[in-house]
Design a protein around this ligand. Structure first.
Ligand code: SF4
Ligand code: SF4
Length: 339
């Protein structure tokens, strides 16, 4: 059975972009070096920034990301530092290239998950989105991680370019020995929106409510039945369902190499971060910032969604929204009995 994972004040989730450099150029990449910087954080800065969010009284989780985080030679040290600081779960998100002999420098018990991104069940579909050769590399990376005893998860970002083969994923996940499956929805944000024709990208890639509901919950159920726990975003709320903005009720932090710290991923293309590291000290920024947006209460649900991707809203003939868009951090989960 799927259940909505409620936001909790007892956990802190840190999404730590330790660099923005990447070997790939995925079509939907949300990294925006102009806003996030392109520097490589030193090992000591990574340690200091990690310690600013460690809190032994809470359930603290860190996800190391990039760019491609394995391009950072100090990633293994960052993992050890997070363990020493008491982070309760440590995940590394990777495109699968696993640079710097990453798998040989850490032990399976030092990370909870290595999370691979694959955007197609078939090579052709994935490589059209993520680049030639990326499917084979990702599959090889998963196999290497599984054979060395690491827990693995897989992230599939659903768009109109790959939703048609989402139903092929249950078999592939099982064959690869993946432990958890995360379905994401494409966000119209990042450098690719600014460099491409944003309207065209929206028309081509954005998924309608009908497409999403017709396909995603069903595949998620099948994956869970095969013994793999699945998480996917809620996205659409009926007018009666309660809306909550994570920026007001939960502790999510998205840290970038230029020192910006956001609480909302949809704000990341704009200089509205509510915190920043200055000389390795965490400070709050002056209003107006993202906090001022979180408090706005609109019938469409998420304010940032309405600002940056209003095409996924629909109105009735009286101008009333037919549904609300949930916070992008609100997830549905189906826990497999085996997972
Ligand atoms: S692997 Fe990640 S960071 Fe690199 S281009 Fe693709 S989406 Fe962007
Ligand atoms: S995605 Fe929307 S609802 Fe969620 S934190 Fe951002 S502004 Fe709030």
């Amino acid at each position: 059975m799927n259940k909505t994972v409620s936001f909790s004040k007892n956990s802190i989730n840190v999404f730590f972009h330790i660099l923005t450099k990447c070997n790939l150029k995925c079509r939907h990449c949300y990294i925006n070096p102009e806003q996030h910087g392109n520097n490589l954080l030193s090992a000591s800065t990574i340690g200091t920034w990690l310690s600013s969010f460690s809190d032994k009284s809470k359930n603290t989780n860190v996800i190391f990301l990039g760019g491609e985080p394995t391009l950072h030679p100090d990633l293994p040290n960052a993992i050890k530092k997070a363990t020493a600081l008491g982070y309760q779960s440590i995940t590394v998100d990777t495109n699968g290239y696993l640079f710097n002999d990453f798998l040989l420098k850490i032990n399976p018990d030092e990370v909870d998950f290595i999370s691979f991104s694959l955007d197609g069940a078939k090579e052709m579909t994935n490589d059209k989105i993520r680049g030639t050769g990326s499917y084979k590399k990702c599959i090889a990376g998963i196999k290497a991680a599984v054979s060395r005893g690491f827990n693995t998860s897989l992230i599939y970002t659903v768009s109109m370019a790959n939703i048609q083969e989402l139903h092929k994923m249950p078999g592939l996940l099982k064959e690869l020995g993946i432990n958890r499956f995360f379905i994401q929805v494409i966000g119209i944000r990042g450098k690719f929106v600014q460099t491409g024709d944003a309207a065209d990208i929206r028309n081509v890639l954005q998924v309608s409510k009908k497409e999403w509901l017709n396909r995603v919950p069903d595949v998620a159920q099948k994956v869970a039945e095969s013994g793999i726990t699945v998480t996917y975003p809620k996205v659409f709320l009926s007018p009666e369902e309660p809306f909550e903005c994570a920026g007001l009720v939960a502790d999510y932090y998205f840290k970038f190499p230029n020192g910006r710290v956001y609480r909302c991923p949809l704000c990341e293309d704009f200089p509205v971060h509510s915190m920043a590291f200055r000389d390795d000290r965490l400070v709050t920024t002056k209003p107006m910032n993202e906090n001022d947006l979180f408090r706005l209460n609109i019938p469409e649900g998420c304010v940032m969604n309405k600002l940056i991707q209003p095409e996924n809203l629909k109105y009735d003939t009286h101008g009333k929204p037919e549904y609300k868009i949930a916070c992008c951090l609100l997830k549905e989960e189906i826990i497999s009995k085996e997972g």
